[in-house]
Write a protein that binds this ligand. Sequence first.
Ligand code: ATP
Ligand code: MG
Length: 699
Amino acid sequence: MRTADEVLEALDPEQRQVATSMSGPVCVLAGAGTGKTRAITHRIAYAALSGVYNPTSVLAVTFTARAAAQMRGRLRDLGVSGVQARTFHAAALRQLQYFWPRVVGGSLPHLVDVKAPIVAQAASHMRLKVDRAAVRDLAAEVEWNKVSLLTPEGYPAAARRAGRGAPAGLAPETVARLLTTYEEVKTDRGAIDFEDVLLLMAGILSERPDVADAVRRQYRHFVVDEYQDVSRLQQKLLDLWLGGSDDVCVVGDASQTIYSFAGASPQYLLDFPKRYPNATVVKLVRDYRSTPQVVKLANALLDRAPSTATRARVELVAQRPAGPEPEITEYGDDLDEAVAVAARIRRLVDAGTPASEIAILYRTNAQSEPFEQALADAGVGYLLRGGERFFARKEVRDAIVLLRGAARSDDGTQLLGQTVRDVLASVGWSSQAPTATGAVRERWESLNALAGLADQVAANRPGARLPDFIAELDERAEAQHAPTVDGVTLASLHAAKGLEWDVVFLVGLSEGLMPISFAESVDEVEEERRLLYVGITRARERVLLSWTRARPGGRGGRRPSRFLAALGPGAARQPAGGAAAAGEGKRRKGAALPRRCRVCSAVLSSGAERKVGRCSSCPPAYDERLFEALREWRSRIAAEAKVPAYVVFTDATLVAVAESRPTDRAGLARIPGIGKTKLERYAEEVLQVLHSHAAQPGP
Ligand code: ATP
Ligand code: MG
């Protein structure tokens, strides 16, 4: 528990000015890692601890659920509880769920989390031929139109003004008709979407003074983090919450605007001092987060921006001691990249970096799969989702019900950690992480986090028993304070906003992915640049960037991101080796031995060749029947475990097994793609398959 003065002591003079300006409008304009979020968190804590605010009357709006969870954690550490720290969406949803029965009656309609099926049905009603990319683009238009507070009729003119081109190749008038049909289909389904939550709550606040009064009595002090990415709809809701009050503190960085094509605008941040001429405006320039090397890379990226909007920023001044140089590495294909990144992470973890201090960030969520697989193979835990919904997860709820039951008969003869593990085992937890990825893995990670929390409680409170653990869980569930999952974070660049790790891998940085292929105009490309800037500035110590020449099994032809080419002399033209070379630590800033054909020793040039380890003109160096036998075995195992075959072993791994024909576990362990977990799980059976084919020599 800290005193109010101790809270202030942890801030620099400018941050302290933010913390002590507890009434009236406050605006903080500052770069990444300068302590904006720290300043507002301490501001809330200072006001609460000095008795100026009641913590329950504060609504702190953050950008992502993860950031909200982190802010609650930080406030808890500062000794303050009861503050609502939520995303705009979560805050609005909570209010809507509360007021809907009173205002409209009945329960809130079903909330759809993906628009694609509704968009596709609307397009089919209009007899439009649309593919997946078109549905994605049209869903983006639905969102843009709604967060910009436009009607479908207003869409064509506004879309032309905003230079939105022809989404899905359709004329703006056709898109406008689709927007109307989308709403009809959604209403027919009795559903509401993400934006409706904010629109409906804004509507209720505008039309029902009694509801507006109730909300304004509850929340008196507003704080908005990442304010550069606020949309017109979010701003409207904020204004309605404020109801004319000016007790609002906003912080942001225009260089980190990454949602302007989704309808957000940094203008609300930049114009705040005009809107509130009496505002306290504070600028922060010291970067406390990152080493000078990381800061230099981030500054260099923005220095090369053609657009003055991106360049209009305060240069960051690093405060931390020097660290390692950033690395840029080229890989053959996505699997090579994933295996090498996982191997590197394994080494970092073995050398003492906690897995929770490492992140792999990518442009689109679809890029996570090979990394999940490679991390599972390397025996490294990971997490895909943030902490926000931890206590809402089914496995967590089920486990808590069982733990409650067991608490009644806990006689204290066993250590708390063991008692909790025994109960968790009955809902499917085991001490070994599963080899499967996706939902199975996430379920295990949740349960494992509960086991870890039990150890933590036991360490803090010797003699603690199951009822004490349940009390801790209840308190955390109430505060939405999820236990830390000790795993590497896998996240999209968008979701990484505001967060930080010691080591950050920025992967898949090839043209088409970064900038993403649909970023065509200069402004769109600049938004991608800012997105990469957000990625780089997440790193405290070390940033590792990489790109791949081909998709798995595909032919080369990808080029490095244009942003990489600008980041260092020849940075993106480093020679590459295979994943195995990286795994052996031979890659230093991209330098590694070229991979050679197993049959003729020629240097391999394409990703596909490197994956199978031979040139396309050489015959396979393995017995095809053995390969088929391995595939059959894999299909059986995958069917039993109800997972896709590649989750057991990829084709590339099976080819390598068939080619090298290892005779023991050590031989198997040398094959890329076979990590500790897979070895334990499958070594016996794979060696058995190999053994039954031993009589038939390879070519
Ligand atoms: P972003 O723009 O990425 O959201 P930010 O400006 O919100 O960054 P914070 O996350 O608040 O930055 O701070 C970055 C890091 O620097 C955190 O680890 C924070 O604890 C640390 N930090 C900030 N201010 C100080 C300070 N005065 N003394 C020591 N550490 C600080
Ligand atoms: Mg921040």
